[in-house]
Ligand binder design. Structure first.
Ligand SMILES: *[C@@H]1O[C@H](CO)[C@@H](O)[C@H](O)[C@H]1NC(C)=O
Ligand SMILES: *[C@@H]1O[C@H](CO)[C@@H](O)[C@H](O)[C@H]1NC(C)=O
Ligand SMILES: *[C@@H]1O[C@H](CO)[C@@H](O)[C@H](O)[C@H]1NC(C)=O
Ligand SMILES: *[C@@H]1O[C@H](CO)[C@@H](O)[C@H](O)[C@H]1NC(C)=O
Ligand SMILES: *[C@@H]1O[C@H](CO)[C@@H](O)[C@H](O)[C@H]1NC(C)=O
Ligand SMILES: *[C@@H]1O[C@H](CO)[C@@H](O)[C@H](O)[C@H]1NC(C)=O
Ligand SMILES: *[C@@H]1O[C@H](CO)[C@@H](O)[C@H](O)[C@H]1NC(C)=O
Ligand SMILES: *[C@@H]1O[C@H](CO)[C@@H](O)[C@H](O)[C@H]1NC(C)=O
Ligand SMILES: *[C@@H]1O[C@H](CO)[C@@H](O)[C@H](O)[C@H]1NC(C)=O
Ligand SMILES: *[C@@H]1O[C@H](CO)[C@@H](O)[C@H](O)[C@H]1NC(C)=O
Ligand SMILES: *[C@@H]1O[C@H](CO)[C@@H](O)[C@H](O)[C@H]1NC(C)=O
Ligand SMILES: *[C@@H]1O[C@H](CO)[C@@H](O)[C@H](O)[C@H]1NC(C)=O
Length: 603
């Protein structure tokens, strides 16, 4: 009875039914509108990476041509060798290659001493070979970025030849100084105490001109006087030459050195006697503000080619170590991307997951959402010990996983995709001038030959690099460590993981600058979430610096879900767990030292 009464009280007669009807209709309409609008929101704001310029959508693969593939048997890699290996490069999924110098050069600094900016060195081939390479890369939709070394030429450049003879046209092409009398002798001393990066005074007395010339690197690499308008024109002509050949961008070598103080009779404070210390502030010789004007002019020049050769926006990337964020941002504003070397310079094998996170956060500060500056990361190059040697072979895969899942444009050094290690060379075998500048005890800490050993293609003679005698012998570990075996292996390998990650990072969730780091209780674990509005969300987790014991992490809270699907795993973990493409509980992710996992979060 009481129940009946309540019911009656609650809904009485037709009025009530009409009211319920209206409420139900309103509810339906509301749900429909919300669904529609939500869909609208989703379709309007869903993050779409396809409109990004090409250089934001790709991985850059650095090739050191001398060591990549020899086709003519002289033991030195060549342009035809690169063409021959384009199928391999395409199989990596990378969309751009950057070629270290292949220009005419006496090769005292292996091509970074250029005698003619617009000529192919005969050791690397001919201009026809370069054109063929361009044609073949175009077919495969691979962009070509070339090196540009604006700072200095070889002492065998025609410009230097004329300049030291005081030829009116060329006399001011380089940095000349009569020097200064510092004490009672009748010969002048160099004008200041500036040091060469290779050690020793940066000034060399020239007997022909009877003046000192400035060389930031080797004596055989005199610095150009870039404030000279004629020199600037020459450099623009060289850039134009390559733009017309269809190159997609330039990597500017040693850019921060491009200008020095106008008043050269100032000493830098606190310099040592001989050895150049990169960590010191060389404020009279590096990062002078004139750089940005030149950069902007090169950006403008390149933009003039936007619609030519179907390349689109050119990628201008500047080599610069030790930048403050303020200087880094000035490079961005001038239309270039300053290489970010934090993964090379700051990581070491005492740095665990939390330490790496701190480095990454510092590195990314001020980039992305707040400034729209596009990040980039570099894991290795021709000047630094290889990642598999620097951090240990057991860290290689986790490091590649990190490189390829971080925001921005990653640059990978040839051979790092298979985990090549530094080769060792005796002092007698050493070719690198930076190493030879030192003696038998000192060279090891300076030579760059170890990271320039020939590419390990397969287990045949010379690792498939050359039929002749390689300019640097191949690393003997090629018998087991080579691209072919990793490619053909039935069980997971570094190379296979690399390919999977390059493919994965093309999707919108990775191809943007957003990242959220996950707080993990375990200091070994580096983890972050990659996402894009309306796109699937991914958890990336690596055990960095941990030992062989499995560390279990719960990601269910940070991922806001309890299940995921494993997309990519480091090879050892893949073999051991068999979880690839399988569902996984986010609350219990187990990783041993060097293991890594990319997990798609399921709703
Ligand atoms: C560079 O080489 C090209 C082609 O051989 C030649 O036309 C040009 O004069 C050379 N430039 C210099 C500065 O030697
Ligand atoms: C490159 O392609 C262009 C246009 O298809 C062609 O004219 C030229 O001969 C090719 N060059 C070489 C060296 O193959
Ligand atoms: C200056 O150099 C150019 C190019 O090598 C040459 O043609 C010219 O004759 C030189 N001038 C003098 C005065 O030697
Ligand atoms: C004076 O000049 C000589 C010869 O160039 C040099 O060896 C010496 O170190 C100089 N002394 C000082 C105090 O600069
Ligand atoms: C260039 O410099 C090197 C090393 O100092 C020297 O051996 C060579 O003779 C120089 N070449 C010229 C043309 O001056
Ligand atoms: C650089 O070239 C300019 C001419 O454009 C000249 O005035 C200046 O003295 C040169 N600088 C040096 C350090 O040689
Ligand atoms: C580039 O040139 C500038 C000025 O000529 C010089 O200060 C700097 O050390 C040079 N850098 C390199 C890498 O040669
Ligand atoms: C260069 O740095 C030194 C020491 O840090 C400082 O005393 C000097 O004023 C700086 N010079 C310039 C031109 O910034
Ligand atoms: C290793 O890297 C960390 C973080 O960058 C740094 O604090 C530490 O000094 C480095 N250790 C060595 C031995 O270089
Ligand atoms: C090698 O050079 C170092 C300085 O870099 C010096 O201390 C050492 O005595 C030299 N050794 C020999 C054998 O010359
Ligand atoms: C080489 O570098 C290591 C580490 O930086 C240092 O401990 C060692 O003394 C250096 N060796 C020489 C010969 O300079
Ligand atoms: C992520 O980054 C891209 C640019 O890289 C930006 O357009 C987008 O709005 C950002 N936010 C989300 C939630 O995707």
């Amino acid at each position: 009875m009481a129940d009946d009464e309540k019911k009656r009280h609650f809904c009485e007669g037709n009025k009530c039914l009409a009211f319920i009807f209206v409420v139900v209709i309103a509810a339906i309409v509301t749900v429909a509108v919300v669904t529609f609008v939500d869909k609208e929101i989703r379709t309007v704001h869903k993050y779409d990476n396809s409109k990004l310029p090409w250089w934001k959508q790709t991985v850059v693969y650095q090739i050191y041509p001398r060591s990549f593939q020899d086709t003519d048997g002289d033991g030195i890699g060549d342009l035809n060798g690169i063409t021959k290996r384009l199928d391999y490069i395409q199989s990596l999924g990378v969309g751009a290659i950057w070629l270290s110098p292949f220009y005419s050069s006496p090769q005292r600094d292996f091509g970074y001493d250029i005698s003619n900016y617009t000529e192919v060195d005969r050791r690397f081939g001919t201009m026809k070979d370069f054109e063929r390479l361009m044609n073949e890369t175009r077919k495969r939709n691979i962009k070509v970025i070339v090196d540009f070394v604006p700072n200095h030429t070889s002492n065998e450049s025609m410009w230097f030849y004329e300049s030291r003879r005081y030829n009116d046209t060329y006399k001011d092409y380089y940095i000349w100084s009569p020097g200064i009398k510092r004490n009672g002798t009748n010969k002048n001393d160099p004008p200041n105490n500036w040091l060469s990066v290779f050690g020793g005074s940066a000034w060399k007395y020239d007997e022909i001109r009877r003046e000192y010339y400035y060389h930031a690197f080797l004596e055989s690499q005199p610095d150009l006087n870039v404030t000279n308008k004629e020199v600037q024109k020459e450099l623009q002509n060289a850039l134009t030459f390559w733009l017309e050949k269809g190159v997609a961008g330039f990597r500017l070598d040693a850019l921060k050195f491009m200008f020095e103080a106008e008043d050269i009779f100032q000493d830098e404070v606190g310099l040592g006697e001989y050895e150049y210390d990169e960590s010191q502030e060389h404020n009279l010789t590096t990062n002078m503000p004139e750089i940005y004007g030149i950069l902007r002019s090169w950006r403008k020049l390149s933009d003039g080619f936007k619609d030519k050769h179907g390349v689109g926006e050119r990628f201008i990337v500047a080599e610069s170590y030790g930048l403050t964020h303020a200087i880094r941002d000035d490079y961005y504003r001038a239309g270039s991307v300053p290489f970010n070397f934090d993964l090379i310079m700051k990581l070491n094998n005492t740095c665990n997951g939390h330490c790496v996170r701190k480095i990454l956060e510092e590195s990314l500060a001020g980039l992305g959402p707040s400034s729209e500056f596009w990040p980039n990361f570099v894991m290795g190059n021709h000047d630094r010990s290889r990642v598999a040697s620097r951090l240990g072979a057991d860290m290689l895969d986790a490091m590649n996983m990190m490189l390829l899942t971080l925001p921005g444009t990653p640059t990978c050094y040839y051979g790092d995709e298979i985990g090549m290690t530094d080769a060792s060379y005796t002092f007698e075998e050493t070719k690198d001038p930076q190493g030879l500048h030192f003696n038998k005890t000192g060279y090891m800490n300076h030579t760059r030959d170890p990271e320039r050993s020939p590419m390990q293609w397969n287990d045949s003679r010379n690792a498939g690099f050359s039929n002749g005698t390689p300019w640097l012998h191949v690393n003997p570990n090629y018998v087991t460590l080579n691209a072919r075996s990793q490619s053909e292996s039935n069980s997971p390998t570094s190379l296979q993981m690399f390919r999977e990650l390059v493919k994965l990072r093309k999707i919108a969730s990775f191809n943007n600058y957003n990242i959220t780091f996950i707080d993990t209780a375990q200091p070994e674990v580096l983890a972050y979430i990659r996402f894009g509005l309306g796109q699937p969300k991914y958890v990336v987790a690596m055990n960095i610096g941990g030992d062989n014991n499995e560390v279990i992490t719960d990601f269910s809270k940070s991922a806001n879900s309890i299940v995921g699907r494993v997309s990519v795993m480091t090879p050892r973990l893949s073999k051991a767990s068999g979880l690839k493409n399988k569902g996984i509980k986010l609350s219990q992710i187990g990783l041993r030292g060097g293991d890594g996992m990319v997990i798609e979060v399921l709703p």
